[in-house]
Write a protein that binds this ligand. Sequence first.
Ligand SMILES: Cc1cc2nc3c(=O)[nH]c(=O)nc-3n(C[C@H](O)[C@H](O)[C@H](O)COP(=O)(O)OP(=O)(O)OC[C@H]3O[C@@H](n4cnc5c(N)ncnc54)[C@H](O)[C@@H]3O)c2cc1C
Length: 402
Amino acid sequence: MNTVIVIGGGASGILAALTAAENPNNRVLLLERQQRIGRKLLATGNGRCNLTNTGAAPENYHGEDPDFVRPTLSAFGPEDALRYFHRLGLLTAEEYGGRVYPLSNSANSVLDVLRLALDRAGVEQRCAAPVKSLRREKRGFAVEIEGEPLQGDAVILACGGAAGAKLGGVMDGYQLAKSLGHKRTGLYPALVQLVTEPEYPRALKGVRAESALTLTRRGFALAKSRGELQFTDNGVSGPAVFDLSRAAATGGEGLTLHIRLLPLEEAEILSLLRERQAGYPELPASEILTGMLHNRLGRMLGKYAGLSANTPLRELTEAELGALARACVDFPLPVKGTEGFDHAQVTAGGLRTADFDPRTLESRLVPGLFACGELLDVDGDCGGYNLQWAWASGRLAGRLGT
Ligand SMILES: Cc1cc2nc3c(=O)[nH]c(=O)nc-3n(C[C@H](O)[C@H](O)[C@H](O)COP(=O)(O)OP(=O)(O)OC[C@H]3O[C@@H](n4cnc5c(N)ncnc54)[C@H](O)[C@@H]3O)c2cc1C
């Protein structure tokens, strides 16, 4: 009998443990630092758990070696993940953009079927059991939890990353791997809100808008995205912002977010504004965008473009209409940074993938040691891609190279 120790009871660790337990020669021990397994999982997708994306492909993942994910994803792609979860008894529904959620709309359902499967597979679970140290021995590994030495023939590191600190994101995995000679890249918060000059976002707190975004550094475009944007107390959030947040976290100083709030050409908007002026000459300037944008957004753009709210439309000059049309296609917000690891959904960067075999996820430095999930230098886009990576890499690591 081989003892397999999985360190970390999150998405990737649970799949690794279930997979290792499919081999009757393995005794599988799942060690979790927190009081319960899968705590972060329950918070995913705003409590709904966007568990995969039917379009997940290597292009959706980032890291020093973007090709590293290929073998893992081709061994266990989104269709395989869905088939796997359906077999565990989970019903799912696909939504806009290929995002898949449990039909119950509750992340609990995902964790519940995994928990049932762990029990059925005979995986021994130890919660409130933070692993303190990990050592290679002549045969296998010595794993130390509070006051108790454990022995394993193989170890799977599934400790997650530094993101979502309030939900258990910690540095432990990097440190345990380092103690065995592994190195990591720089770490950055990704899929996170951007902190901007607060004046306009604060006034718009809670407003959501479909937008096209461009992040620039000193005039050069670093990244583009499209989709929902949400204004917050001190910046901007929402899926379109998350998609740019990796570039913002790593982009250095001098960043500006350019927000396009209307999907029309500037000249078309200008002629709509002229029509509005001709049709409603006595209307105050604060109403000029009524019906075209969220009211608060329209008023904010008028203010930004320098229009005085009470001026009747007939008094607005061509230059003022032009400035407003321009603001509708390019409203710039200087970026001060990101909200950091506490609020980030994922860690960009992690254990250097060059030190792991992409076909097995086994360490090239320490035979018998495997790693999976966010701990590795792999991060995905917003939309179910990160959990897809966690499931797929957990599944592969759990095969223990067989
Ligand atoms: C708020 C939020 C919402 C998200 N929503 C989505 C979403 O909808 N879709 C999506 O695809 N992704 C989402 N993500 C990202 C996704 O949750 C993670 O990428 C995924 O959980 C990573 O899985 P993992 O197993 O690598 O790490 P985790 O799920 O973080 O699990 C790691 C586990 O290891 C444990 N651990 C750490 N150190 C030790 C130690 N020393 N000893 C024992 N145990 C230890 C931790 O307590 C934790 O339980 C979200 C993240 C957050 C924070």
